[in-house]
Design a protein. Structure first.
Length: 308
């Protein structure tokens, strides 16, 4: 019995556990994951300083969680400062763009910028003068005598001086003509404005209107670049300013008129009008007003009667 071996029954191996596939994320979860902000980058590892080999060299302790938290907080603060700096620069850039747009739309500065942006055109007159000087120099060098060279210089100087004098004269006459046209245009504009204000705002005196025109011109928006539109806006604004000045005074005058009418009405019940007798008495001739001479004569008569 001791030597008898116990047979080992080998059965079929136990079936393996079924593999359950990992659940797939839904569409909503994928969208939510895509909208999540990216994780902050980890702080770079700082290499430990080199320590010379020694048997008694201390072993540096590993970095703790508090050190990592301080580094993350510092990195987050730097990110916030960078974002704040970017927002501030964006606001300043927007304000600068608005200011530049107003300058470009300004009726005077905008045209000046357009002229400054134009490329410099070559001056044909300067080129012609330079070529003429080169020709004169060649003729001066090839002259047979000093008298001939001097004669050429004199003729050239007289011709150039006459041309420049005529050019200056033409420039002065053109300037005067332009000034005359501007003055004539301004006079016609004033006449049209006076007529328009007299017809559309007859309650506004022209003197007060022109006194307020300077303020209206200063308040005109720079976005209105058309000359006619600016003029219309300034006329309307000057009328409004003039009426704002007149309304309190008109109200005071109306109030004074109402008060005076009430006083006259109350006095009419007590004092009869001139030439009319009170009720129950015959009407007589209206009394003449007593002057200073009549008053003195009456006093003299009274004094003479008392003496007699």
């Amino acid at each position: 019995m001791a030597d008898e071996t116990i047979p080992v029954v080998t059965g079929a191996p136990a079936p393996a556990a079924p593999v359950v596939p990992a659940p797939q994320p839904t569409l909503q979860q994928q969208i939510a994951d895509s909208l999540k902000p990216p994780a902050a980058p980890a702080a770079p590892a700082v290499p430990a300083p080199a320590v010379p080999p020694s048997d008694a060299a201390p072993v540096s302790p590993p970095a703790t969680d508090s050190g990592l938290k301080d580094k993350l907080a510092d990195a987050e603060k730097r990110l916030q400062d960078t974002q704040r700096w970017g927002h501030k620069n964006a606001e300043e850039a927007s304000k600068l763009k608005t200011a530049l747009t107003q300058i470009q739309n300004h009726p005077v500065l905008g045209k000046l910028l357009e002229v400054m942006d134009q490329p410099t055109q070559p001056n044909p007159q300067a080129e012609a003068d330079a070529q003429e000087m080169r020709t004169l120099w060649s003729e001066y060098q090839t002259a047979k005598s000093d008298e001939e060279a001097f004669s050429k210089l004199m003729k050239f100087s007289e011709a150039r001086g006459a041309r420049r004098a005529m050019a200056e004269f033409d420039k002065v006459m053109t300037t005067r003509e332009n000034e005359s046209r501007v003055t004539q245009r301004n006079q016609q504009t004033v006449q049209v404005i006076n007529k328009t204000v007299s017809e559309s705002a007859s309650d506004v005196p022209l003197e007060l209107f022109w006194a307020m025109s300077g303020r209206a011109e200063a308040e005109c928006p720079a976005t209105i670049t058309d000359y006619t539109e600016r003029l219309q806006w300034q006329v309307g604004r000057a009328v409004d300013l003039s009426r704002a000045v007149l309304q309190p005074r008109v109200a005071q005058a109306v109030q004074a008129g109402v008060t005076q009418a009430g006083v006259n009405q109350a006095a009419g019940a007590i004092m009869a009008p001139g030439g009319a007798a009170p009720s129950g008495q015959p009407a007589g001739a209206p009394a003449k007003p007593v002057t200073m001479a009549d008053y003195i004569k009456n006093m003299q008569r009274q004094q003479m009667g008392q003496k007699a």
